[in-house]
Design a protein around this ligand. Structure first.
Ligand code: UD2
Ligand code: MN
Length: 554
């Protein structure tokens, strides 16, 4: 280790010397999975902690540090399914606690080697693809909050072991203010054995977006590669090839090379691998099939979705190994040219905790002249889980807030589609903007000659205060001390002084989003030319449909 390192690892003493036996049920020659072996059931005792002594330079003394067990052999080799039932109450407790914390099966992960071998899931033609000799290097940035020890280590080891050293500038681990003690000093001490791994700890909870910005700040590589903290880079394990250092190793298109090659073609190309699924329960490595993969899409409520390749893209591509353009990315795994990322303005630092940044970056890339592609010859596994553990303790969903930032930043004329499809209606007594399908809003038209009878008009939506209304519990649409009133004999919509019990000032929202005046029974409508606001017989027509946007909370 370098002189200036704070921690020097003196010795490592694995208390648990028991090892799992080789899994003999794997049929290596045929490269096929076979069912659970007897060995799976005969597994040994539960993982235990290991003791090490490290010299802490800042405190100038030796410290005894324990870190959790580091399984180096075990079950689940080659991505095989692992099913384990707890044998006693202690194991049951261990399993339940792991599931409750991570929403994946930590109990199983802790019994799988952190350097397990993996089947090669790439198309055969990927192995012989040619690529440029001088690929740019990359800094791998992995942020995490309360990650499990073994999933984190497995991610780091898969990068260290499956990335050619000359292409791996560094791995930057950004601990986003985790609660677990083992992710502090023990993690620093453990990672100190790898020269390329840097660990930083945030001093407050930043959320994954700002944590990545911190990682970017510290990184020095020509390109940046992001991974979640529960990934496994995929590659073939083949003993003879692995051990021999001859130059005839033609398989130099592992997970990173195809990504870097494409980024080197064009600095504005942002690329992702195919993301395979590591099962949250069994840690089995699943792939949707060799040639099939999904691209990223989104719904109008701004949820990330997977989609099949468009017809146009199918026709544009001539081989299965070619990059495929993708409208959006899932968010966690991608490689980008460092300068290009700065050029388009990095992430939005106002985004909190989790969610939304993936679509925001996708739109940013496409709208700023870049391209987003999936590279079929690069595959990385990720533990997809059904429940997100990060949002639980946050009031006022950060995901929603982040999404509103992206909607207001990039969607322009299409943003009403988001508000419409999320049914984003505020509760009564909130300040709202009232918008229709043509992005027109209700607005006060100041009437200087005849105060206080201000008219109600329809205008293109903007952030003018005159478009903000206050919905009260007694069915009023208020603006300060004025209430909206319909005066039938004058056919006028006016904002006048609020009067108790005045039915002409009562408004209700119908099930199909009309705004109905109680006294007259008529509905607020936009005229066909889009210029006037009228009161018509209530009908199921778009001109009578209104969206209530909780304006101030945006
Ligand atoms: C997906 C992405 C994820 C991110 C997210 C939307 C993949 C495989 N994953 O959700 O990268 O784009 O969509 O935001 O595409 N983390 C922190 N601090 C926090 C919260 C999370 O460091 O406050 C870390 C977390 O430990 C993990 C990463 O951020 O390493 C992503 O979180 P996740 O795994 O819960 O997200 P995921 O895979 O459901
Ligand atoms: Mn994840």
């Amino acid at each position: 280790r370098k002189e200036d390192d704070e921690l020097l690892v003196e010795k490592r003493d694995h208390v648990n010397s028991e090892e799992y036996e080789e899994d003999s049920s794997y049929n290596y020659d045929n490269r096929k999975m076979v069912g659970d072996s007897e060995m799976d059931r005969k597994r040994k005792s539960r993982p235990v902690e290991s003791l090490i002594r490290v010299y802490d330079k800042t405190r100038m003394k030796y410290l005894n540090i324990t870190w959790p067990h580091v399984p180096l052999t075990g079950l689940g080799e080659y991505g095989k399914t692992v099913t384990l039932n707890p044998r006693n109450s202690a194991e049951k407790k261990e399993k339940d606690e792991g599931l409750a914390t991570h929403h994946f099966n930590q109990f199983v992960s802790d019994r799988i080697s952190v350097i397990r071998n993996m089947m090669d899931h790439r198309l055969p033609e990927c192995k012989t693809l040619t690529r440029r000799d001088n690929l740019p290097d990359t800094s791998v940035v992995i942020v995490f909050h309360n990650e499990a020890w073994t999933t984190l280590l497995r991610t780091v080891y898969s990068v260290l072991n499956r990335t050619p050293p000359q292409l791996l500038k560094e791995i930057i681990l950004v601990d986003d203010f985790s609660d677990f003690d083992f992710l502090k000093l023990p993690l620093d001490a453990y990672m100190a054995q790898f020269e390329k791994v840097k660990v930083v700890h945030t001093i407050k909870r930043e959320g994954l977006i700002r944590a990545r910005l911190i990682g970017i700040d510290l990184s020095t590589g020509e390109t940046l590669t992001f991974l979640d903290s529960h990934c496994e880079c995929n590659i073939v394990y083949c003993e003879s090839k692995y051990d021999d250092d001859d130059d005839d190793d033609d398989d130099d298109n592992r997970w990173i090379e195809p990504l870097l090659d494409r980024v080197a073609d064009d600095w504005s190309c942002v690329v992702t691998p195919i993301i395979d699924t590591i099962d949250e329960q069994t840690f089995a490595y699943h792939t949707p099939g060799r040639a099939y993969f999904a691209v990223g899409s989104f719904s109008w409520s701004m949820m990330f979705k997977w989609a099949t390749l468009s017809q146009a893209e199918k026709e544009r591509r001539t081989t299965n190994t070619e990059p495929a353009r993708s409208p959006t990315m899932a968010g966690g795994l991608f490689t980008i040219n460092r300068q290009y990322f700065h050029h388009i303005g990095l992430y939005d630092p106002g985004m909190e905790i989790w969610g939304g940044e993936n679509l925001e970056l996708s739109f940013r890339i496409w709208l700023c002249g870049g391209t987003l592609e999936i590279i079929p010859c690069s595959r990385v596994g990720h533990v997809f889980r059904k429940i997100n553990p990060h949002l639980a303790n946050f009031k006022g969903s950060p995901y929603k807030k982040n999404t509103l930032r992206l909607v207001e930043t990039w969607l322009d004329d299409y943003k009403y589609l988001y508000y419409q499809s999320t049914g984003y209606y505020p509760k009564l007594q909130n300040e709202v903007q009232v918008m229709n399908h043509e992005y027109k809003c209700l607005a006060q038209q100041p009437n200087i000659r005849n105060p206080p009878g201000n008219r109600l008009k329809i205008k293109t939506c903007d952030d003018n205060n005159l478009q903000i209304f206050y919905l009260t519990e007694n069915k009023r649409m208020r603006q300060l001390e004025h209430c909206l009133e319909y005066i039938p004999y004058r056919k006028e919509l006016q904002l006048v002084v609020c009067r108790k019990g005045k039915e002409r000032q009562n408004w209700t929202l119908t099930e199909i989003n009309q705004i109905r005046n109680t006294a007259s029974g008529k509905c607020l409508a936009m005229s066909f030319d889009g210029r006037e606001l009228t009161m018509d017989r209530c009908q199921n027509v778009p001109q009578q449909k209104w969206i209530w946007i909780d304006y101030r909370r945006v």
